[in-house]
Design a protein around this ligand. Structure first.
Ligand code: ADP
Ligand code: ASP
Ligand code: MG
Length: 815
């Protein structure tokens, strides 16, 4: 004999019930079966809501009642054919009328005791089992309905009754021995006490009903049919990458369900385990899917961790005080006080100093727990031996489970490292003596991030997902998005990196998509995006709370640079093309570096110097490996190089600058390039990265511009001065020509001092042949004293700048 249980979603409406019936028709050809059914999905909640409204004398309870009635009547209308329909409808109406009368009673006497609550909620399963059995009889003649209350006996602990095993087993086996039907349909969840009052087995208890029947009749298998294809590695509704576990042990299943895997009601496993009955978890909506098999053995291809589960709405209670040390009986008194008030303890930790005990309970028990514990220890509290119970709410428990964890080292290390790396603060830790689970208490807001992170660590170690938030989608930003689009598949395949752009913003609008923005249509979508400010953008990124989040600044905006610290403090890495942050006050630069260390978030800015050239990367490697920089000689301005390479007798200085701007080689405001400020910022950043404390004001800047150009109030005025002072620029050119020299705008750093300025370099100098918009950097170090380490190549342009940013993203992904 087999026992099948169908949950609320599986029987939520006529359409789903039809699916259940076809599964049963198929099964009935092979086996005798007992079918346990839940209430039509959501009915139990509605029944409780109706009862609660009625006690509050709120007439809306009638609306809820009407809604319940309508759902059941509709199911009958659609499922039952022919003249039988009227009979079934009449029966249903009779049951609904009885329910209505009880609700009216609650309304009148203003009382909703647990006993009444059980009576009311039992209607859910009683109605559903009746409808399903009637529908089934249309095709499977030898099928019948049996009221579980006649065979499941409990104590009188209403809403969560304890089963009397002996009486129950006897009653069940007696019934099935004499029963000759092919299929018996039974309501789950409901039972009775010795006095014959209706009791229930706790929320989700239909699974347990099925297990009790399976154990009593020694069924060949217990099948739990639900809305997912098995027990997953984590709740599939929260973790997209979760997958169904093919086989799992009773203990593992129990542990996962105890820690919140709702797919199986925790007490369900025990009866099956005792009789060694295999449990299958199957999907009503995908009957062919393999599902999960639960037996004595644990088999896994995925290593020692089998699954990750979590419980929401947890409060942490801490009992603390010097008076507890070495005094026996404190914990006993604490647990007795909680147990007397039926407060369920979810998790326990105790510091080895015995100076505090910490327990996790459900949030809705916290208030009561505080009252009873403070009362229990009133005397010690008055003597200040211990402190009043400390309650922290808004928490959750997350547990990593697996039978074989005890024989593997380093699991807790990996668990806490990955939580830590993603800024999930762990408030308390517990590990069962069986070492079958490690659990941690975390903030409620971090649940999803923690689940995804841990799932990634234990089940998807191959692929790492980076969540990008990109601000600034002008020239460079747009090219970066295009480069990412083209490389996504390659990076997934070759570097096991999943690069997902979750947020994009321009100066006015922003768009987000947690599953990744479509990189072919983003430019259309952003036009209809939400208005943005720096703060609203930051808030959305923060609220997403995704692991491996990266904020990418592709602007030249000072206000954006000011937000980096907010991101770093949330452990969100920052990649900046914008130079402002690194070249502002030394203390600001230092703060960002420190925040990056403290919050374990990277701060990368390779494109600040030499666009995509690996200048900072090389410098960092020199310093990290113990080398010392003695001097840096560099041409760092692609734009000035372009200008002086193209400026000659035939072209005016004005025209060359105009052309450079039009081709995108200068900053939006060309004064930043021509005044030397941009170059000064770059050498400043290199000097700082080389380990020197230096500010922009310490850099000597001998400008080649006439004073009036430097004083120009606007870009237009600035251009005018280039025309007015044409002869000034011609003279600079003529002098260089006469000396057989090239004009190069050179940045130098020697012995802690930096300067920038225009220089005439002769043909023996490495800068002499520098072409177009190329940059060059010479590092003289302790290890490269005479022949410098040279980096040379295109130092400006959108394509190379975007690829420099992309390189930073990849570096970060490989960390
Ligand atoms: P039923 O109504 O069939 O009893 P439940 O809602 O009680 O169904 O349980 C199924 C749900 O359990 C799934 O839809 C899923 O959201 C949730 N769940 C939580 N953790 C897990 C897990 N590890 N594996 C599968 N489902 C899980
Ligand atoms: N209907 C009950 C509940 O919703 C029992 C069950 O579905 O297992 O809790
Ligand atoms: Mg359930």
């Amino acid at each position: 004999m087999k026992v099948l249980k169908f949950g609320g979603t599986s029987v939520a409406n006529a359409e789903n019930i039809s699916k259940v019936i076809s599964i049963l028709e198929r099964e009935a050809k092979k086996n005798k079966i007992a079918v346990v059914v839940s209430a039509l999905g959501g009915t139990t909640d509605l029944l409780i809501e109706a009862g609660e409204l009625a006690t509050k004398k709120n007439n809306d309870y009638l609306k809820v009642f009407q809604h319940i009635s309508k759902r059941h009547q509709e199911a009958v209308q659609q499922l039952i054919k022919g003249p039988k329909k009227r009979t079934v409808l009449r029966q249903i109406d009779g049951k609904l009328e009885a329910l209505k009368q009880i609700l009216q009673g609650v309304y009148l006497i203003n009382e909703f005791s647990d006993k009444t609550r059980d009576k009311i909620v039992s209607f859910g399963e009683l109605l559903s089992s009746y409808i399903i059995s009637e529908a089934l009889q249309q095709t499977v003649k030898k099928s019948a309905l049996k009221d579980s209350r006649e065979i499941i006996v409990t104590d009188s602990a209403h809403t969560n009754a304890n089963v009397k095993s002996k009486e129950t087993t006897t009653a069940i086996s007696k019934f099935f021995k004499s029963n000759k039907d092919k299929i018996v349909v039974l309501p789950g969840f409901v039972s009775r006490d010795k006095e014959g009052n209706t009791t229930t087995l706790g929320r989700g208890g239909s699974d347990y009903t099925a297990a009790l029947i399976a154990a009593a009749v020694k069924a060949s298998v217990l099948e739990i049919w639900t809305d997912v294809s098995g027990m997953y590695t984590a709740n599939p509704k929260l973790v997209k990458q979760a997958f169904s576990i093919a086989q799992i042990s009773y203990q593992e299943a129990m542990e996962l369900s105890h820690f919140g895997a709702k797919v199986l009601y925790p007490p369900t496993v025990q009866p099956a385990l005792q009789k060694n009955i295999p449990i299958y978890i199957k999907n009503t909506f995908d009957p062919e899917a393999e599902g999960t098999l639960i037996t004595k053995k644990s088999k896994s291809k995925n290593g020692p961790v089998k699954g990750i589960s979590h419980i929401e709405n947890i409060a942490l209670l801490t009992l603390e005080g010097n008076g507890m040390i070495g005094v026996p009986g404190f914990s006993k008194r604490l647990f007795s006080a909680l147990s007397r008030s039926k407060i369920n303890v979810v998790l326990i930790t105790q510091a080895s100093s015995e100076h505090s005990i910490c327990v996790g309970v459900y949030s809705n028990d916290a208030k009561m727990a505080k009252a009873v514990v403070d009362k229990e220890f009133a005397y010690e509290i008055s003597l200040k031996k211990i402190k009043p119970l400390l309650v922290e709410a808004g928490l959750a428990v997350i547990a990593v489970v697996g039978d074989n964890m005890k024989s593997h080292q380093g699991i807790s290390g990996r668990m806490f490292r990955s939580l830590g790396q993603n800024n999930v603060n762990v408030r308390a830790i517990a590990q069962g003596a069986s070492e079958r689970n490690i659990s941690a208490v975390i903030a409620h807001k971090d649940i999803k991030k923690a689940l995804v992170t841990l799932h990634n660590t234990f089940f998807e170690k191959q692929i790492k997902t980076l969540n990008l938030f990109i601000v600034g989608v002008g020239n460079v930003g747009a090219i970066l998005l295009n480069q990412i689009k083209q490389q996504q598949a390659y990076l997934n395949e070759n570097l096991l990196l999943n690069i997902k752009v979750v947020g994009i913003s321009n100066s006015k609008k922003m768009i987000f998509n947690e599953n990744g923005i479509d990189l072919t249509t983003w430019s259309e979508k952003i036009k209809k995006g939400k208005p943005r400010t720096h703060q609203t953008f930051f808030k959305v990124v923060k609220d997403f709370n995704l692991s491996n989040s990266i904020f990418i600044d592709v602007t030249a905006n000072e206000d954006v640079a000011k937000t980096y610290r907010d991101y770093l403090k949330e452990s969100i890495s920052v990649i900046a093309c914008n130079k402002i942050a690194c070249s502002s006050k030394y203390s600001d630069y230092l703060e960002l570096k420190e925040l990056s260390r403290k919050y374990n978030a990277s701060f990368l800015f390779e494109t600040n110097v030499g666009a995509g050239l690996p200048v900072i990367y090389t410098l960092n490697n020199l310093i990290n490996s113990g080398d010392k920089i003695t001097s840096i000689q560099a041409v760092l301005s692609g734009s000035l190089n372009f200008i002086f390479n193209n400026f000659n007798e035939k072209t005016s200085f004005y025209d060359v600058v105009k052309q450079a701007q039009e081709e995108g080689y200068t900053e939006p405001d060309p004064r930043i390039d021509l005044s030397g400020v941009d170059v000064a910022r770059k050498i400043l950043i290199l000097a700082r990265e080389a380990g020197f404390k230096i500010d922009l004001k310490h850099i000597t800047n001998d400008s080649f511009l006439p004073k009036d150009s430097l004083k120009a109030k606007s870009v237009a005025d600035f251009y005018k001065t280039l025309k007015t002072y044409a002869s000034h620029f011609e003279a600079i050119y003529a002098s260089a020509k006469e000396n057989d020299c090239q004009l190069k705008y050179v940045a130098e750093f020697n012995n802690g001092k930096a300067k920038v300025g225009l220089k005439e370099v002769n043909s023996t100098h490495p800068f002499y042949n520098l072409q177009g918009k190329d940059n060059i950097v010479l590092f003289y170090t302790t290890r490269y004293p005479e022949q410098p380490l040279i980096i040379k190549g295109a130092g400006a342009g959108a394509e190379v700048t975007a690829s420099g940013l992309f390189a930073d993203i990849i570096t970060l992904g490989r960390n």
